[in-house]
Ligand binder design. Sequence first.
Ligand code: FES
Length: 567
Amino acid sequence: MKLDNPYSRTVTQDDSLPAAQAMLHAIGLDKQKLALPFVGIASTGYEGNPCNMHLNSLAQQVKTALPTDEVNGLIFNTIGISDGISMGTSGMNYSLPSRDLIADSMESVVAGMHYDALVTVVGCDKNLPGALMAMLRLNRPSLMLYGGSIAPGCHKGKKLDVVSAFEAWGEKVKGEINQQDYQAVIENACPGAGACGGMYTANTMSAAAEAMGMSLPYSASNPATSPEKKSECQSIARALRYLMAHDIKPRDVVTRASLFNAFRVITVLGGSTNAVLHLLAIAHAAEIPLALLDLQNISRQTPMLADLKPSGRYLMEDLHHAGGVPAVMKLMLEHGLLDGSCMTVTGRSVAENLAQVPPLAENQRVIKPPNKAIKKAGHIQILTGRLAPEGSVAKITGKEGERFVGSARVYDSEAEANQGIKSGEVVAGDVVVIRYVGPKGGPGMPEMLKPTAAIMGAGLGKEVALITDGRFSGGSHGFVVGHISPEAQLCGPIALVQTGDEITIDAKQNSIDVAVDEAEWAKRKAAWQKPKQTAVKGTLAKYARLVASASLGCITDGDETTGVPHG
Ligand code: FES
């Protein structure tokens, strides 16, 4: 069957556009080739980050695998920010905005250059939701290739990953490890190409993409340097051909039901809180209604089964050896935790894909059976209350308890909080409040991995809670609540908290409250002054103007004045 070229024919087959055809001849496409569809291969590859360093090579392998007598594969690149490298610095402000830049740039190239189909080759946290958003906005036959996760590092017989390096700082501050071991952890934590190895945001979103049907089975758990990842490039080419031949588009695959599947898999695997933001934004791109409460309902009904880092013991590579994400999904399907009828980019349903998949390995320890769940309900809990009328996102694995009452220790920036933890100002019983780090206030809603890792490293994980209008890295663990909305920059209640106020976080009641009497609260509100926006020009200033609340997924293409999504 001849593959169709509904978009590229605009420039390749119109006699009145000779200049376009002349330029395409220059890149090696003769008249015969110009009649074939154009497939964009969007790589987020770049040299400066292990998660992305191998992606251009994978993109090239995808191109080579495409049938040259049927399509023209055209590689293009977009940007990326390494969360691991920017964490704890001003560079982190660019991380979440990079998601929307990635989506915008992929959309721009594919729409502006009239490509008929798209393969996205992605590797790091924001790459994945950015690419999914672009594919759903464009709605042309598309699928995603995930670069895979990094192999574990090792020091003194202990398996390491990037979060080990963050936590080593806290251990050094506490005097638990010496300078030599600290340096050895840094040098051995990340041994080569691939995304951060635990169930952090990249692996969370790769599992979500696979569960929602937008990548091939095993894409999420095939390690970056495995032979399976290489052979996935061949399978991608075959799958894309099928999608094009049958005109199966992302919005045929991504539905409300498939987004629910994605969040169920995230919950079972103990994935990152960032997934909440990203799923809301992905739903917006697909014009599917999805709200925080929908996710809360799923969380209530779905157990957490995976003993994966950051709160557990194992890495994505261990899950790969245990049977991979498809084996987990098979288990979920058998226990009624998945909708098997959803379509996927294989052209088959979830249930049809899983029928061919072996179950979890017999003696594996990564995934618990549902009757021995690590937590009966999901670890991601949506909390609302006086401190977060629009909602907040808590990560409660149960290991730290489900209720925390403590005394606020307020910091107006991450740097001040880090200093407070380092100096010993933060003590058992504190609720560390880090504010003015929301989508507009940050701007860019930076991740608070450094303070959460320092709290864990200092041995205070069970005695100190942390709440913020910023985000958490997928690597964060402990008693943490983020995405507090409205944010401090918009005079959300978190802006009015003072050191010493009593804060109650209750993950069973899904509430987050502060005990301050009404008169005092009103006085503080009247005295509040909006801090000056720190970003006055450039990309962060644009972002601060456009970004919507975290409770709406921090989308940037909603209504210009209110930030509320269209539709
Ligand atoms: Fe890329 Fe962690 S920095 S996945």
